[in-house]
Design a protein around this ligand. Structure first.
Ligand code: NAP
Length: 296
């Protein structure tokens, strides 16, 4: 007899790159969800989801999407979380678990928790996996394979729902770590948010160059620029929301970065090659560490 799935009905509010990758991972492993319901803002996305066959139903009505769910993942840009939670809160049945995939955790907790009724568990989460593409066609079942998902449960929350959400991510191929939300936001500010900000800046600077120079930048992009263009092609709305919602941690990391950049500027101006070489030797070892951690 087939095993009872982990969840009877999983509702994905927002089904872009992340939501559709979760849907595909659930399709790949039927032990995760008996039924998948998706909600999006537009009819076009709902039609795409049904054509791809990655959910059993798709709707623009977020309330209808959570009505029968025992597990709800909010997978919209973080700026839309408050509006979604306010709408679905009254429709959630007692015993339902709500989670999210937002790249910022403190603001999402502030925006979602207050709209959830008594008897509904909230387990905030963030899969550290992604690409520069967006929308339901960009997703793939292997996105989370070997990557980390960070859960940031609220103090005093029940173990049961946290364990179930952790198990969901493990069955999607992910490793799971539990962390304090403020710590999450600080770590992500340096490992993800600042690198995106730097990429947006460099590509923006190149775009503002004179026409002749700009043509050469594209022609010789393989010199390093192209790696920044990939990151700077990431979704503008998602990243606008990340910077507005992780303001404090990003500004703190940016300040440190600017100080270090000024120091490099000074070393170059003064011809202090030994200092440059020592730094570049240290940073090379970091790359080896990332490869050894299988996160390259
Ligand atoms: P995405 O591809 O742009 O998809 C966003 C989805 O949310 C779309 O289905 C969109 O519907 C829907 N949506 C937007 N506003 C909505 C609203 N008010 N009500 C209902 N649905 C709404 O975004 P994504 O890359 O999957 O990112 C989703 C979340 O995952 C973000 O919070 C992001 O921080 C987080 N995350 C992203 C990455 C990454 O690399 N992309 C990695 C980890 C975590 P329509 O298509 O109809 O507009």
């Amino acid at each position: 007899m087939p095993r009872k799935p982990l969840f009877r009905c999983v509702s994905l509010i927002g089904i872009g790159l992340i939501g559709s990758s979760m849907a595909r991972a659930m399709r790949r492993d039927p032990s995760i969800a008996g039924r998948i319901v998706a909600a999006a803002r537009t009819d076009k996305t709902c039609a795409t989801v049904l054509r791809l066959g990655i959910a059993d139903a798709a709707t623009t009505d977020v309330v209808a999407a959570v009505k029968d769910a025992d597990m709800v993942f909010i997978c919209t840009p973080v700026g839309a979380c408050a509006e979604v939670a306010r709408a679905i809160g009254p429709a959630l049945a007692p015993g339902t678990i709500v989670s999210d995939v937002g790249s910022v955790k403190q603001s999402v907790i502030r925006d979602i928790a207050r709209h959830l009724p008594e008897g509904v568990a909230f387990v905030p989460g963030h899969p550290i996996a992604g690409t520069e593409h967006s929308g339901p066609e960009a997703g793939f079942a292997e996105l989370f394979q070997g990557r980390w998902t960070i859960l940031t449960p609220l103090p005093g929350s029940d173990r049961g729902p946290v364990d179930k959400v952790a198990e969901f991510w493990r069955r999607c191929g992910s490793q799971v770590e539990v962390m304090d939300p403020a710590h999450h936001d600080m770590i992500l500010a340096i490992t993800s948010h600042l690198p995106h900000l730097i990429s947006y800046t460099i590509v923006g600077t190149a775009t503002d160059l004179g026409d002749d120079l700009k043509a050469e930048v594209f022609k010789f992009a393989a010199g390093g620029f192209r790696d920044f263009t990939r990151i700077a092609a990431s979704d503008p709305v998602m990243w606008r929301d990340v910077f507005l919602n992780n303001r404090q941690a990003v500004l703190e990391m940016l300040q440190r970065f600017l100080e270090d950049l000024s120091q490099l500027q000074r070393w170059i101006r003064r011809g202090e090659g030994d200092k440059l070489e020592a730094l570049f030797t240290r940073t090379r070892a970091i790359r080896r560490g990332v490869i050894e951690a299988k996160q390259a």
